[in-house]
Ligand binder design. Structure first.
Ligand code: FAD
Length: 491
């Protein structure tokens, strides 16, 4: 997957100012490991957030923890800020330069070091692409459950740094739950080795957790010990029509009481989202004959190969139909059909992009408040921005919605984005009033960095700032992202 746009960049003045360090970096990494030519750097310029990248100093591509450590040490000595960079699929601009930093790209650290089936763990370098990790686990006869639309490009280091979610969180938890050990290069270049593959270890602070979800602001993740699970040869997938989001939430409660932890995914999809995808996906087909306002895409799985999960699904969905929770449903008959159902869900990002300007809200709510939020926010947007199209989908099993607003057809993108600033503020207020979060899985990055001051209590901010100061006293690690320096705070 290629980033949506790339922009050539180069900053000769910056380069000249840091000539001594650049010479040391070139000696250390060689010409393959250090990119400073504008035509070669452009491929490291853009992620999926749509933010315009600033001009970095150069791109370093170390191939080992020792090289990462040496690069970060040099940056610390010369006071040059560092931006850790994974697969650049981030939605918050966290891996992009604000201007003047060294981009530290981890893609060359892409070795699966070890799979330990007895301990049910695998050790990987941070630049491994998620799909590569899943394939290596499967080849050894185990399952690594983290799954997201960008898994062909995003890297484990990026997944851990954003505490990524995805479609299997309901059953397996988010990226944080996948980690038993971590290796991190700290802001002064020292290597913090926490690579224990232990499920129980009560010997003080669990330091690895600090770096998960820290978006590269506390150090560079270089290796991880990941938790594996049994394969799930029995599985069944259904596309279900429901009347409303509250019916979907009620259906989840009903299903959980009957099949419990077998439900691995439970995705909510609105009719406008399906129509948008169908308009841009030539092979896409509506799985049901009649249109319905809302859908659920659910996958159940089990490690017992002989279990007839399809028959069980048919029976339980039949009960739900009789109870009036479900309007219609179809169960996938083949792996190809499973793929077709999921492709409708996974193509939404590209379909949205093709329709013009879009403002995204990656939010989480208590499940009991999802329907109320959708009613209130929908009414507010209809009354405020005539013609704006609300596209809703998400991992509703975790209370995580992607609440996206597309520009009215024919409107000027700039006017729409301007008008959306106030609308988004109100949407986020509604989320907070209902006890939700304004960033469920994409992180704060640079897009939402300023909002941390409004989101966190004074005490929370004080502890976060103390942690940042202790680990990165020069404020060099991903400066200006997630937790900007208080002096950078907007009035
Ligand atoms: C089509 C599509 C679908 C997506 N679906 C989901 C989804 O379902 N759930 C979800 O959570 N996200 C989703 N995302 C967002 C994105 O894929 C995740 O945020 C992913 O975890 C980012 O990984 P990356 O390697 O691309 O990180 P990048 O974008 O390169 O970086 C993200 C952040 O992590 C930091 N970082 C990267 N590597 C390291 C490292 N080794 N050490 C320290 N910091 C590092 C960067 O500085 C940056 O702050 C989706 C994106 C796309 C394009």
């Amino acid at each position: 997957m290629l980033p949506p746009h790339t922009m050539p960049f180069h900053n000769p003045a910056l380069f000249a100012r840091n000539e001594t360090m650049m010479r040391s970096l070139r000696d250390l990494l060689g010409s393959y490991g250090l990119i400073d030519q504008p035509d070669q750097m452009s491929g490291y310029a853009a992620d999926w957030s749509g933010v315009s990248p600033g001009l970095p100093l150069a791109v370093a591509r170390p191939a080992s923890t020792a090289e990462v450590s040496a690069v970060v040490r040099l940056c610390a000595e010369h006071g040059v800020p560092v931006v850790p960079q994974g697969g650049m699929t981030g939605m918050a601009g966290g891996a992009m330069s604000l201007g003047g930093e060294l981009l530290l790209n981890l893609s060359r650290m892409n070795r699966v070091v070890d799979v330990d089936l007895l301990n049910q763990t695998m050790t990987v370098e941070a630049g491994c692409v998620l799909q590569q990790v899943k394939d290596a686990a499967a080849a050894a006869g185990a399952y690594f459950p983290l799954a997201l639309g960008a898994q062909g490009s995003c890297q484990i280091g990026g997944n851990l740094s954003t505490n990524a979610g995805g479609v299997n969180v309901l059953r397996y938890g988010n990226a944080r739950s996948a980690v038993l050990g971590l290796e991190v290069v700290l802001a002064d270049g020292e290597v913090l080795n926490l690579m224990r593959g232990l499920r129980k270890d009560n010997t003080g602070y669990d330091l690895k957790q600090m770096f998960i979800g820290a978006e590269g602001t506390l150090g560079v993740i270089t290796r991880a010990v990941l938790q594996l699970y049994p394969m799930t040869p029995a599985s069944s997938t259904a596309w279900i029509a429901v009347d409303s989001p509250s019916a979907a939430v009620e259906l989840l409660r009903h299903l959980r009481a009957r099949v419990g932890e077998r439900i691995s995914s439970f995705e909510l999809i609105s009719r406008p989202m399906l129509e948008l995808v169908l308009a841009h996906h030539q092979q896409g087909r509506d799985p049901l004959t009649e249109p319905h306002p809302w859908y659920v895409l659910t996958e159940w799985s089990d490690s017992m190969a002989s279990l007839d999960l399809r028959a069980q699904m048919e029976h339980v969905l039949g009960e739900a139909l009789e109870a009036g929770l479900v309007r219609d449903a179809t169960i996938a008959e083949s792996l190809a059909q499973v793929g077709q159902f999921w492709s409708l869900r996974e193509r939404v990002t590209e379909a949205q992009r093709a329709e013009g300007a879009i403002v995204k809200h990656d939010i989480a709510l208590p499940l009991s408040k999802v329907a109320r939020f959708l009613d209130d926010a929908g009414a507010f947007i209809a009354a405020t921005l005539a013609g704006a199209r609300v596209i809703v989908f998400g991992h509703v099993g975790d209370g995580n919605l992607h609440y996206n607003v597309l520009q009215p057809r024919g409107a000027a993108a700039k006017d729409f984005e301007l008008a959306m600033k106030a609308v988004s503020r109100r949407v986020y207020e509604m989320v907070s009033e209902l006890g939700g979060s304004i960033s469920a899985e994409h992180g704060l990055g640079q897009l939402k960095a300023q909002q941390v001051f409004a989101l966190k209590s004074r005490t929370e901010l004080r502890v976060m700032q103390a942690l940042k100061r202790a680990l990165d006293p020069q404020d060099l690690m991903n400066r200006g992202k997630l937790l900007p320096h208080p002096t950078e705070r907007n009035p």
